[in-house]
Ligand binder design. Structure first.
Ligand code: ZN
Ligand code: ZN
Length: 404
């Protein structure tokens, strides 16, 4: 364990002088063995809202694995939750939205996966088994191998214990270990690592609004919550041809709602300054919207209740995150009468990631309005708190740069 130093990688050179042997009683050969032991610095969550900088050994990279030098780890609302109330007491290197450069790739890794040293990549947090039905369907986000809620041996970047060799299972570190079953994407030319740090919320945007919500040409959409997630949904819905995008927020979201407008929202509503349902009905000529996307955090049942009422008379769709364990007085009657479809937001598929990367490469939207802040490794605590609305003000998307 050590504090971060200016020499980010500490190289210990051990020079061992060995007498190789005596040949025929005459020759004594001096062999110099140089062993280079490199250490990797990582920010480790050691308890609720507690972080320590620790050193880990540089892992050996087998033929079918690779090592990624971290460039940017995106921080999202999930980090805020996992940091405040960790799902286990194990030490964890957090960071599940990871962009990096392949620093070392085994021959078999390159042969099988097509990624080689020097490639800039996005690595998904899911580590698929590659054998089950979900994996064969390309829906490895549901694979048991990566389902930490169900499987204590699951591997998922940002969630798996740092005690498990080779330890580097999270992006808040200088390096990340990539086994053969890591899921990688090439970052397109012209997309910086920092911009690529937005791929996760963008991919969720594609998955939730297009694939789950069915948003397309002429759709009308209500997006609740103007954080990085809601803003990414705004961009994706706009590009998909939505004819009306309404984004809601609260008084603390003033700057974010302005960004929402710049990114394509037709109307923004501060739900504490005006009655959001009345305003939505006024905007839509009392028709309601086709699709509601809940991108709020810590708002309880309110966004779902508003969503149910804001949807059109029949057959609207609402995509929910299901943050709370219970929903007292759930309006099941209203939902069936209105013939509403409720879908569960469950991050992203491979296709959604590829489309998100293409979106970033298109440069059609001023996405630098979202990538507002950068933090170094020693500031992980501040970075997560800032994304959660404490610490640094007006953070929309925080990029954790492990080498700064
Ligand atoms: Zn995330
Ligand atoms: Zn699987």
């Amino acid at each position: 364990m050590a504090q971060p130093s200016k020499n980010r990688r500490r190289v210990n050179r051990q020079i061992a002088h060995q007498h190789a042997g005596v040949l025929g009683g005459k020759v004594t050969k001096l062999v110099e063995v140089i062993a280079v032991v490199e250490k990797v610095l990582a920010a480790v969550r050691t308890g609720p809202s507690k972080t320590e900088i620790r050193e880990f050994p540089m892992p050996d990279i087998p033929d079918d694995a690779a090592l990624m030098k971290m460039e940017v780890a995106g921080i999202c609302g999930t980090d805020v939750k996992l940091y405040k109330t960790p799902p286990s007491s194990a030490p964890v290197i957090m960071g599940h939205e990871n962009i990096g450069t392949i620093a070392k790739a085994g021959r078999e890794f390159t042969r099988r996966k097509g990624f080689r040293e020097g490639d800039l990549v996005f690595v998904e947090h899911y580590v698929a088994c590659g054998k089950c039905e979900w994996c064969h369907l390309g829906q490895y986000r549901h694979c048991e191998n990566t389902d930490w809620r169900y499987n204590p041996d699951a591997i998922r970047y940002g969630y798996t214990s740092a005690e498990r060799a080779p330890h580097l299972w999270g992006g808040f570190a200088q390096y990340v270990y990539l086994p053969w079953n890591a899921v990688l994407h090439h970052v397109p030319n012209g997309v910086t690592a920092e911009l690529a740090g937005l791929v996760t919320p963008m991919a969720n945007g594609v998955e939730w609004s297009l694939f789950d919500g069915g948003v397309g040409y002429n759709s009308t959409v209500l997006i609740q919550g103007p954080g990085q997630q809601g803003l990414s949904q705004t961009v994706i819905c706009k590009q998909a041809g939505a004819s009306l995008i309404i984004v809601t927020g609260t008084p603390k979201d003033g700057a974010r709602l302005e960004v929402a407008k710049r990114l394509g929202a037709d109307h923004v509503i501060d739900v504490e300054k005006e009655d959001p349902l009345a305003r939505i009905m006024e905007i839509t000529g009392h028709k309601g919207v086709d699709v509601v996307l809940d991108c709020t955090a810590g708002a309880g049942t309110v966004p779902v209740l508003l969503g149910v009422e804001a949807l059109k008379r029949k057959a609207g769709t609402i995509v929910v995150q299901g943050e709370m364990a219970d929903f007292p007085n759930f309006p099941i009657g209203r939902i069936t009468v209105k013939f509403i479809t409720i879908k569960s937001a469950r991050s992203h598929s491979f296709k959604a990631c590829e489309l998100a990367l293409a979106q970033l490469a298109s440069k059609r939207f001023p996405l630098e309005l979202i990538t507002t802040h950068r933090f170094g490794l020693k500031d992980v605590d501040l970075a997560i708190r800032s994304v959660g609305g404490q610490g640094v003000k007006d953070v929309i998307h925080a990029s954790l740069m492990p080498w700064e």
